[in-house]
Design a protein around this ligand. Sequence first.
Ligand SMILES: C[S@@+](CC[C@H](N)C(=O)[O-])C[C@H]1O[C@@H](n2cnc3c(N)ncnc32)[C@H](O)[C@@H]1O
Length: 377
Amino acid sequence: MPHSRGVEDHLTVGRVAELAGVSVRTLHHYDRIGLVRPSARTPVGYRAYAAGDVERLREVLAYRRLGFGLREIADLVDDPATDAVAHLRRLRGLLLHQRDRAAATVTAIDRELEARAMGIRATPEEQLKAFGPQLYDSIGADYPATRRTEPRIAARVWEALGDARTVLNVGAGTGSYEPTDREVTAVEPSAVMRALRPGGAAPCVAAAAEHLPFADRSFDAAMAFSTVHHWRDPVAGLREMRRVARRVVVFTYDASDPVWLQRFWLTRDYLPEFAGLLTDWPSLADLTRAIGGRAEPVLVPWDCADGFFEAYWRRPEAYLDEQVRRAVSVWTRVGPEAEQRAVAGLRDDLASGRWAERNRDLVALDAAELGLRLLVA
Ligand SMILES: C[S@@+](CC[C@H](N)C(=O)[O-])C[C@H]1O[C@@H](n2cnc3c(N)ncnc32)[C@H](O)[C@@H]1O
């Protein structure tokens, strides 16, 4: 381990343990397993923690407090796509989720105390319902709060799956759009998302689309919903889906049409930075070719139940809601400056009537073509 020149700016292991409220033994253990390695040693050989080491330790301890295992935490903190701000936002969402969960449990206990005071005893079934997975389902962290199955779009996906009995759901997240009448296997690389899957959801494998740990033709169909834009190599991931399944169904976005930025008022008038997120994005033709299929347009209903980026095209006030934005990665990816500017601009235009004036024609539409596509092969 290198002797850092600025070692006096570092904190000793004892001081870090004291400040963080953990034992020195715990810190030694984290060092041994490579989870948090102090980047220097003092001249007499003590571990010395630099600011970056402390930041990593803070993330590790926060995930630990949320109940994650050390191996899962290593995956989370080593994810190169997640910077410190993204970690803080994610941790905040998970903590709010825990807080809501605790509040709901308190309410359930209060209800039972009241009932008992009146001489009413809850049935064993009622008691379990109040503390079981149903409770978890009924309250949400940022993601499950607004991201749920939109039945009209789900019907399109399920129809495209045809008579498939076994279905692989790649980039499954919390399991929206997983059909309940077929044998589903989910694939999800994020430990946080896997942890948010409700009890009773399909079994979930920790893997990425680009390397699916399944033999050729293992499934009747493979589906991917609102996830391809997150993949490091979308074409490789789609080829993998093609390899492991007879049929492939993908819900994604067409950014190849040069007018796409004008299609949606949110990107056109408030968040042009969205374009920057799609610079390396393959064309729709490349994506379709990777699975050897065709692309069908999917219109977004005005009251879309799934809160993806385009969902609120006729309900612009929704974008002012922090919880709505946190469930959509676009907002985190453009950065807080662009986000705040876009939200402030929209707020002003809604208040002044400028938004309504500019988007007068939308009020008459029940569904909008915003570039969403179902690729089917
Ligand atoms: C917007 S969520 C969509 C989740 C789910 N399909 C749904 O519709 O609710 C995108 C998901 O893609 C996952 N993801 C990111 N990179 C991936 C990759 N390389 N392979 C598979 N999934 C990936 C993310 O962890 C996240 O859960």
